[in-house]
Design a protein around this ligand. Structure first.
Ligand code: CA
Length: 228
């Protein structure tokens, strides 16, 4: 998942960037509202974390502008001002949730996960054939049996689950799951996909390779009448 953090407090930015990367989120940072608005418009972010008081353009204005332009990326607003009218204003401009500073990192993570879940399903569990992901507990299972995944493996699988039936290129995976530009010489993504297969899909029924293009999550076991 790629997040955009729009925040001008340097120490908070450093802390959040490090912590979020350790949780396997890809993170871009803007330190003023103008730059943040431009990045939010240009990038395909899964979520924006937006401070209210920012140089050049405040967070309320950034949020209002994005919504007026039809940008529906989930927005989590941060505010140092624990005043009801600011929170109400934030939600009125189209933010999805808000967090009052100072907040605990665990609470931030919980809010991020909750907002990201909303886009997928009303429930916390999504499945493809016998493979199930619980987005709340961040655990995977196959045929009801828990399968241990690393944080990175879970993030990769989650990204594929969020885009079922779509062909996902390696560069898109690199961008959203690893936070580095795709290097066609590197086979790190293929290595991780193969690890997921060996743990969850040894027969390659669900995590399929689209030659020359990337990967696709789909349920081929349901394809009726032919090569399944
Ligand atoms: Ca600020």
């Amino acid at each position: 998942m790629r997040l955009l953090l729009i925040e001008d407090e340097k120490r908070l930015v450093a802390f959040l960037r490090k912590g979020l990367r350790e949780e396997s989120y890809a993170v871009d940072v803007a330190t003023n509202g103008k730059e943040g608005l431009e990045l939010a418009r240009a990038g395909h972010y899964d979520l924006v974390i937006l401070d209210i008081s920012l140089p050049l353009l405040d967070g309320l204005e950034v949020c209002r502008t994005l919504r007026l332009e039809g940008n529906l990326t989930p927005i989590l607003m941060l505010t140092a001002r624990d005043r009801v009218e600011d929170r109400v204003k934030g939600l009125d401009t189209g933010a999805d949730d808000y967090l009052v500073k100072p907040f605990s990192f665990d609470e931030l993570l919980a809010r991020i996960r909750a907002l990201l879940r909303r886009g997928v399903a009303a429930t916390d569990e999504i499945s493809c054939g016998p493979i199930r992901l619980n987005l709340k507990t961040r655990r995977a299972s196959r045929d009801g049996r828990a399968v241990e995944l690393t944080t990175r493996e879970f993030s990769l699988l989650e990204f594929l689950f969020r885009h079922p039936d779509e062909v996902i290129s390696r560069s898109r995976i690199a961008d959203h799951v690893w936070d580095f530009p795709y290097d066609s010489e590197s086979n790190v993504i293929d290595v991780f996909v193969n690890r997921l297969r060996s743990k969850l899909d040894p027969d390659h029924h669900y995590l399929t390779t689209v030659r020359g293009e990337g990967y696709r999550l789909c349920d081929r076991s349901q394809a009726s009448g032919n090569h399944g």
